[in-house]
Design a protein. Sequence first.
Length: 174
Amino acid sequence: MQDAPTLNYVDEQQWQRDITIPSHPVAADTVQDRIVQEILDHGFDDKEVFSIRLALAEGLTNAIKHGNKSDASKNVRIRYSVTRERFDIMIIDEGPGFDPADVPNPIADENLDKPYGRGVFLMKKYMTHFSVVPHTSILVMSKMRSTQAPPPDETAIDGLQETVVIGLKTTILQ
């Protein structure tokens, strides 16, 4: 079986869609439905769609609630690509960013009753690749249809911060 090609985060051509939404749950639901329909159109099975939908909902909720502090004047940018082999997404909020290593493990005994950390935990578990670009508010996730395929090239993330504001035409959903 042939491995899926490595995702180059810096390559503007890699991203098929670039959408900006206001920090509002209804906008997040609208874009989530649009993305899920594209995933279905590309033949992803129910289990894969469930994984992506869950991770997408958590990523968008975190961007709105934690990154943008539910400030309706701030936006969330979503860049993504869907092929028959993989789904790649970048979620960018206007917050200060975070280090996933600082998020407590929600399944540790001392954290079971605490209301945080589950979103990051679920995104890591359900996606093939999960990362936050260091010192930014950029979340990157991938779901490859084959568990045999390698994760995206981590070295490509380094140049992302400089290129993320350049490039694709932005669609604004309101």
